[in-house]
Design a binder for this molecule. Structure first.
Ligand code: 9WN
Length: 440
């Protein structure tokens, strides 16, 4: 078992410790986010994990993404969980018997031989596939990696464009708080308050067996998560048959789609296909993102409640993630950098890593999941964004903090933004993978 020293590790130690986590969490054809809390395959986790794995084994990194994409539905959606059939049903909630993808999702083209969830996560996959390819083009060519994943990635993006523009703005919407991957962000509190929670007696949370209840979403949150899934499932996981009761345009999710469209353009060019449609789509999405979600007064992007028709006035790290989008107006870049280091996020002034939520916000909690703690994937994205805009000193500082916090916390799922104290589960795969990526 991994021990937490509470002190940063030397690069050599960190590299072998990260490798140990990824090897320990490898399940044969993909990696679990964590052995206890998350014993299946998760969509955006696998994308981040493959970005680290590429430094250990190009073949495994490719397999990670291929396994996920094999569970793709006929309508193009990439499910947020691919269930491992040998894991007991009660190890994770909601389990396959709750989602019932192979039956309830049949009309949407859910695969028959494999159980998955029916919602999605942020589309980081094309970016990951491109980075994985570039790490070892020879192995990639030999295995026909890009040729095999390209049509699936294109179908995935097509699903989002055609089925998920619920606000009619050109941006995509998420229809469940699990979709943006930031489950209990205060951004969802308003839109979720309209949802009648499912009765707590009708389901059993498995997460509390592995995590401290004070670090996790509340039972009331879960009641609403369950209600939203049950409603979606009961309409056959179809998006356009009736309005979704929860629909939000999230800047982080849309930014990741932009970056993945750019990556898909590179993948198309590399495989002899036409990159132009992906470049055009990336441009359109970038314009819609800035036009619709940029908030000059906040100095950052805000989520938009599609049902209520209003911006959501909460400052979440998701509103800084668009820094990874290339070609933003310089005034937007400068404002994002100011906001990241200003009093609401405190980067490099009061905290070493960007917290998930406004340090000054009414709902801030340094321990509760996406309501304050610092997460490694969001900080990795910001580091990349800073570097792309020539902010080398800031990026170097963030990189060093991220590497230190990953090692000192035993590759925690998230950390207290002030003290760096480990919270959530340990030996968490994307923390290990992204630290490894930054070390390399
Ligand atoms: C629900 C696996 C996932 C991450 C998410 C994170 C958490 C799941 C949960 O774990 O969500 O999908 O059970 O809480 O919020 O970002 O992908 O690591």
């Amino acid at each position: 078992p991994h021990t937490t020293t509470g002190r940063p590790l030397e690069p050599g130690q960190l590299r072998s410790a990260a490798q140990r986590v990824l090897t320990g969490n490898w399940a044969g054809a993909s990696t679990v986010p964590s052995r206890g809390l998350y014993p299946h395959q998760w969509s955006w986790d696998s994308a981040f994990i493959s970005i680290g794995l590429r430094h250990l084994s190009a073949e495994r990194a490719q397999q990670e993404l291929e396994t996920l994409l094999r569970a793709q539905w006929g309508d193009g959606r990439v499910p947020h969980i691919v269930f491992n059939p040998v894991v007991p049903l009660d190890a994770y909630f909601p389990s396959p018997d709750f989602w019932r993808s192979s039956t309830a999702g049949a009309a949407a083209g859910a695969p028959a031989g494999i159980e998955t969830s029916g919602i999605v996560q942020p589309p980081v996959h094309a970016l990951a596939a491109w980075l994985v390819h570039r790490a070892d083009p020879k192995t990639s060519h030999r295995r026909g990696f890009l040729r095999r994943v390209r049509p699936r990635l294109a179908a995935w993006h097509r699903y989002l464009a055609e089925q998920r523009d619920l606000g009619g703005s050109g941006l995509i919407s998420v229809v469940h708080p699990w979709e943006p991957g930031m489950d209990n962000s205060p951004c969802w509190d308003g839109p979720l308050s309209r949802i009648e929670p499912a009765d707590a007696g009708t389901f059993r949370r498995a997460d509390l067996a592995h995590g401290d209840a004070a670090d996790r979403p509340t039972d009331l949150d879960y009641g609403r998560y369950v209600r939203l899934v049950a409603d979606y499932r009961d309409r056959g996981y179809r998006d356009l048959v009736a309005p979704h009761s929860f629909a939000v345009e999230d800047p982080g999710v849309n930014a990741l789609l932009v970056v993945s469209e750019h990556a898909l353009a590179e993948i198309a060019a590399e495989t002899g296909a036409d990159p132009a449609p992906h470049r055009a789509r990336a441009r359109e999405l970038t314009e819609a993102l800035v036009g619709r979600l940029w908030d000059e007064d906040a100095g950052m992007f805000l989520c938009r409640d599609v049902r209520g028709g209003e911006p959501i006035r909460e400052r979440s790290v998701t509103g800084l993630i668009p820094l990874i989008v290339p070609g933003l107006p310089r005034r937007v870049v400068d404002a994002l950098l100011r906001t990241a280091s200003g009093r609401h996020f405190g980067l490099g002034t009061t905290v070493p890593l960007v917290p998930s939520y406004d340090l000054q916000g009414h709902a801030f909690d340094p321990h509760r999941y996406w309501r304050g703690p610092a997460w490694f994937n969001t900080n990795w994205l910001l580091e990349r964004g800073m570097r792309q805009y020539g902010e080398t000193a800031r990026a170097d500082a963030l990189r060093a903090s991220l590497i230190d916090a990953a090692g000192a916390s035993g590759f925690a799922e998230y950390v207290d933004p002030f003290t760096g104290e480990a919270r959530g589960t340990r030996d968490f795969s994307w923390t290990a993978a992204l630290a490894l990526d930054l070390l390399t």
